[in-house]
Ligand binder design. Structure first.
Ligand SMILES: NC(=O)c1ccc[n+]([C@@H]2O[C@H](COP(=O)([O-])OP(=O)(O)OC[C@H]3O[C@@H](n4cnc5c(N)ncnc54)[C@H](OP(=O)(O)O)[C@@H]3O)[C@@H](O)[C@H]2O)c1
Length: 361
């Protein structure tokens, strides 16, 4: 088994714990929004029919700075119900136009169709909040159109998220008036991710890649239900750094406009996500120290339109609404190398799904 390069996330973990218990996330207001004159933004939120996505959508509709809001949901029926609920909260003078669009993050075809529709139908996009995510207690396959597959947590939280991010970049560049943003819902659980599983996958995979190696049922740890979820958020952080690096490079060397990519952590929140995973103790702890969804969702709003989510957050982790240090393992040589390998795998999938798309970055 390969050794993990030594690292310590103790100080980040302590900071995250203190923030969870004693801290909060400041709401976005006229004082900390970027460009307070702009009241005409278009924002897309994935997984917007429930949990943090819905709460963030509510805040976007209430703030008065967003004129079009797209609720991207895998079930249009659930999305329409969420829209009705959201409209009930919308202040009477609000000019936010809300639409429900179909998007299944477990399907590459759905992601491509969504991106094409965004390119066709939206004249302006300011931010896309890639929030949809799962925490599963049992193994599930996300089958692709070509019979290949990823394990469902990896597909939704990682592969689908970055496929959509990459495909949306040319659309965002074309349709934005200011610097557009891609907000990815990450998590401080990256500090407890078992990176040795990733190093093992990197070591043992024989050409199929880390993500496919991890996707086989025999690699699912049924005893520790959160292991895959935590790892998926560690991978998200690694890939966010890679994507941000590629964008920074192309804006420097090829003069392409910057698209800010940031990773936000809402903290530990009482949503539907952890309804099945964990044990009785963690469920009690969630009741005691968990945040309400509306507070956690502020993180997504900060990432998309807050000053803290501006250029300084590119490639970073925003926790409690501020740029914080990501897992130290992501910054080790080993973490960087495995991050590049994961990026290569995602890039190959992007090229397979949409040839030429990587050159657009
Ligand atoms: N809650 C927390 O403490 C916490 C902490 C850190 C990070 N996060 C992250 O925040 C994000 C939102 O989580 P949440 O707490 O709001 O969870 P949630 O209440 O379970 O909501 C998840 C949302 O994602 C959607 N979704 C799941 N699979 C999808 C797919 N294949 N295609 C499209 N949408 C899909 C769900 O839609 P359906 O209703 O159709 O299932 C739902 O709208 C996740 O990425 C999660 O990892 C949460």
């Amino acid at each position: 088994m390969p050794e993990l390069e030594p690292y310590s996330d103790r100080s980040q973990l302590w900071d995250a714990f203190k923030g969870q218990v004693f801290g909060t996330i400041p709401a976005v207001t006229a004082k900390n929004i970027s460009d307070p004159e702009d009241r005409n933004r278009t924002i897309i939120v994935t997984g917007a029919n429930g949990g943090l996505g819905f709460e963030a959508a509510k805040q976007f509709a209430q703030l008065g700075y967003v004129s079009k809001l797209i609720l991207a949901c895998r079930s249009v029926e659930k999305g329409e119900k969420a829209k009705t609920a959201l409209l009930a909260f919308k202040p009477s003078g609000s000019k936010t136009n809300v639409e429900v669009w179909s998007l299944d993050m477990a399907s590459t075809a759905s992601i491509v169709a969504f991106t094409e529709r965004a390119g066709r139908e939206l004249s302006r996009i300011d931010a896309i909040v890639l929030n949809a995510g799962v925490d599963l207690v049992s193994y599930q396959k996300a089958s692709q159109e070509d019979d290949s597959y990823y394990e469902m947590t990896l597909m939704v939280n990682v592969v689908g998220t970055f496929l959509l991010a990459v495909l949306m970049i040319p659309v965002l560049r074309h349709q934005s008036v200011a610097t557009p943003r891609i907000v990815i819902t990450g998590s401080v659980v990256q500090f407890v991710a078992k990176y040795d599983v990733l190093a093992e996958a990197d070591h043992k995979q024989t050409g199929e890649g880390i993500l496919r190696w991890l996707s086989e049922e025999s690699r699912w740890n049924g005893k520790i239900t959160e292991e895959r979820y935590y790892l998926s958020k560690g991978i998200v952080q690694l890939l966010e750094r890679q994507l941000a690096g590629v964008i920074a490079e192309s804006s420097k060397s090829a003069g392409k406009s910057l698209v800010v990519v940031n990773c936000v952590c809402p903290g530990w929140c009482r949503t539907n996500l952890f309804q099945q995973s964990g044990n009785a103790g963690s469920r009690i702890a969630l009741k005691l120290i968990g945040r309400n969804g509306d507070v956690g969702a502020r993180a997504l709003v900060v990432g998309a339109i807050g000053k803290e989510g501006d250029k300084a957050s590119h490639g970073q982790l925003l926790s409690e609404g501020r740029v914080k240090k990501c897992s130290s393992w992501c910054e080790t040589k080993q973490g960087e190398r495995i991050g590049r390998q994961l990026w290569k795998e995602v890039s190959e999938l992007v090229e397979k799904v949409q040839p030429g798309a990587m050159a657009e970055l």
